[in-house]
Design a protein around this ligand. Sequence first.
Ligand code: ZN
Length: 376
Amino acid sequence: MPTKKANSLATLKSAIYPITLYAEKTSAVYDQNGIKIGSLNKGQTVHLKGISKGHGIIEYLGQSGYVDLANYYHKNLVNPTKSVTYKAYSYYVKVFAKLYPEFTSLEKIGESVEGRAIYALRVGNGKKEILVDAAIHAREHMTTNVVMEMIDNYSYSYNKKTSFAGYNVRQTLDTTSIWFVPMINPDGVTLVQNGINSMANKNLIKQINKSSNYKRWKANARGVDLNRNFDGEWKYVPFTSKTYKGYKGPRVFSEPEAQALKAFVERHKFKSDISYHSSGQILYWFNFQNSANYKRDLALTRQISRVTGYSIIPPLYVRGSGSSADWFIMSQKKPGITVEIAPYAGEGPVSHKHWNNVWNKNKSIGLLASKEASKR
Ligand SMILES: [Zn+2]
């Protein structure tokens, strides 16, 4: 018969994403019945094994200890040098929210076709807000790494009251908060990263793709390109057949992922939207703004261009893209900038060899956009 101790060790072994944390102050450790079994001193290291009912589970003297994560801080949580999966990211955002309840909040803003959660995490206490989102296109999932690494670094600096990339992080984010949506298309990302057998809609996806290459997939789990499904003058977007990219959907906002982002935007008054994509080291920003907004939006785009070195796409005067950023520009009358982070990778994900370069160019962009929004 397994003993209690054997049970708790089994829990310990099941930890999938090892995380090292540090005690912010002397803090108590409890057993699963809430009885205090010890305490940790300030600065002591713990290994987080999971979260249960709002408490962190740590390894403590060979058994599971339960702690209040708000008494701990992290130094480096996300490993951005490899693909960040849906499961990893959704665990990490929960950990950040538990570590730093005083300046973050986590919201589930919707679900994908296959029922995967779409999360938004706020960092900062500023009354003004901006939106930074990623991975609406499945194969462009390196954008999730960019956003998760921003959360990792900005929350560390906020907590430690240090600067990051030349910004006073606490002052910046306490004027304008950032809401991060790291993975708008979790089904598509899971298909690209883990293959067809990870999907519930296997047969439909096989039919739509007409190829065994799923690395090229951009759409959601029923073959709708989410970045053609928004009302960025959707009616002008030509109909195509369902395929791995480019199909705009049967109706505008027909897809749950697009509906989730729309409703989330409409509950807020975001000063800008930085929408991360990965194809071409370029910046899109124009969607028939009036002249005052044109100047404002181009000025912000130029700031981003100066830091990243990405080229600014001049106004193309083409009506109708169905993209989330074009819808944002039209509906919110605020800048919606599409940032393409990497050299064109062809029909597949960006190679990890580009990561350091991508991160160096983009690490300050959330703070840059936050600061710019503070002035208006
Ligand atoms: Zn894209």
